[in-house]
Design a protein around this ligand. Sequence first.
Ligand code: ADP
Length: 437
Amino acid sequence: MKILTLNCGSSSLKYTFFDTAAAATLADGIVERITIGEAFIVHRLAGRAGKPLRREHPCPTHKEAIDLVLATLTGEEAGAISDPGEISAVAHRVVHGGEEFTRSVIIDERVVEVIRRYISLAPLHNPPNVAGIEAARAMLPAVPQIAVFDTAFHYTIPDYAYIYALPYEWYHDLGVRRYGFHGTSHLYVSRRAAALLGKQPSEVNLITLHLGNGASACAVRGGQSVDTSMGLTPLEGLVMGTRSGDVDPAIPFQLPQSIPLALQEIYMLLNRRSGVLGLTGKYADRRDVLAHMEEAASSDDAGAEEPGSPYRCKLALEVECYRLQKYVGAYAAALGRVDAVVFTAGVGENSPKVRALSLRGLEPLGIILEEGKNEAAPRGREVDVSAADSPVKVLVIPTDEERVFIEDTVALLDGAYDLPDRFEYSFQRADYQPRER
Ligand code: ADP
């Protein structure tokens, strides 16, 4: 089977093209600046030496972007196939599946209708997902399309953890509750962690930390999600690249008394201009933050008013890591026994500094990092960075959400699929070889 996975964001589209017979990624890439103007594709064909292909092409909507992906995949220069008819299935990442979707599904009219209905719960995320599904269905009408939901892995969270202390009718009538996101990533790394610990998923308690541009923590008991830091939307919880995470919910109502901002503008500011970007005033990428904070003297707040100053960068890192430390502590309390803390995604996989700072002072909980192993952890590999005598292991596990997309798709089309906690993935087996990076 040749499976195309599509991950449509508001202005970007990430894709991979996978051959299950060869167990290999044939091509992958990204289309950026969709709907914004000056859109371009960056496409990598496996085994092709040199730089990835880069082409500019107008993409006023996601339809043109998917067209561009299909044309590139079948093109002469860096194509992986000669005809779109060779695509066996398309798997779409869908951010919000509400309470309706507790597992991946084959897309039909009703599924599209429900995903569309959830736009009211996820106004920033589900519209590009729906646009991608509609465009792909129109272009490849004979090809089965699958939806894989960010929320599905979290369907096992108990009511006392997903209900907000708000009027109960808001939950019952309007669906206002914690849903959680990054589910495919938490699922993948938790199953890998169990395999690395030599156990079954049902035997392990874990705290998984997906730290990318967006970031979320998940408490996993017996292989199932029992709590997570993102909520009704991906805004809640950890400090992220541009999202605030937890704040006093009164702030959006107090702020307009001091500065003229409409509620909707504040919502966008909390999502797009807060977090690390809001604190530094200049950088959302932690590589920039880490590079600039090095110059900050320990007690010096010189430059506090200057965007991007070493002081502001150091402060952003400390705020981000202190929030992480609190979530790890809270989830250790929620779980009682923790077998491992797992770091994944861009920041979690690549920043020893963030790992060290966020676990600082947690030795009394049995979480002991070994500095040397943490600093020397090779990129793109699964590594144990905890001290040999640490009761709780600390693991770095590169995530592979596409692997979940592909296995769900194959199993759905074979009629062998089940709920995430009853379904056995290849990557939970001890002999599984993770994707090379
Ligand atoms: P997303 O899929 O949410 O965009 P990723 O998991 O790709 O996120 O992570 C992207 C983020 O990872 C970047 O914004 C950057 O902050 C961070 N990152 C990548 N490499 C490093 C590194 N070497 N050190 C620190 N942070 C890094």
